[in-house]
Write a new protein. Structure first.
Length: 147
């Protein structure tokens, strides 16, 4: 009887240890927020320059109100070169910059668009997202084939 009880306790301890080591991460979740890199569209501005407009879904998980632009480092790379983001809302057709700066409360989700000036209209674009002031270096990435 003691052996059965000892083995049962040992198995329970081992099972608990295995369960506590197994961690299911949401690949789109950062420390204080989650960001989903949704989709893209190509656009131009009034000078004929080409842009990729990336749509994100941003959810605040922190206790304080926060905005996408205040909490997130967002980068786009093409041919290994970081693309410039457009901060001028009138520069790109059918583009709204407003939601990048709207502060939202904990648990709230908002759609955000960011426009990046393209180097060319053929090469893939890699999007890289990380959280500002985070204790970890977690990044969310997604590649878009535009050519």
């Amino acid at each position: 009887m003691k052996k059965v009880l000892s083995i049962t306790v040992l198995l329970a301890v081992l099972l608990f240890a295995l369960c506590s080591c197994t961690r299911i991460d949401d690949p789109q979740s950062l420390e204080n927020c989650s960001v989903v890199i949704e989709e893209f569209r190509l656009s131009t501005n009034f000078l004929g320059q080409s842009f990729i407009v990336v749509k994100y879904t941003f959810t605040n998980k922190s206790d304080e109100p926060a905005s996408f632009s205040g909490m997130i480092n967002d980068y786009a790379f093409q041919n290994g070169i970081r693309l410039s983001s457009s901060l001028t809302p009138i520069a790109v057709e059918d583009f709204s910059i407003e939601n990048q700066f709207k502060e939202i409360k904990k648990g709230t989700t908002i759609s955000v668009e960011v426009a990046y000036e393209l180097e060319d209209n053929i090469s893939d674009v890699e999007i890289e997202i990380s959280e500002r002031l985070s204790r970890n270096n977690k990044k969310i990435t997604k590649n878009f084939s535009i050519g």
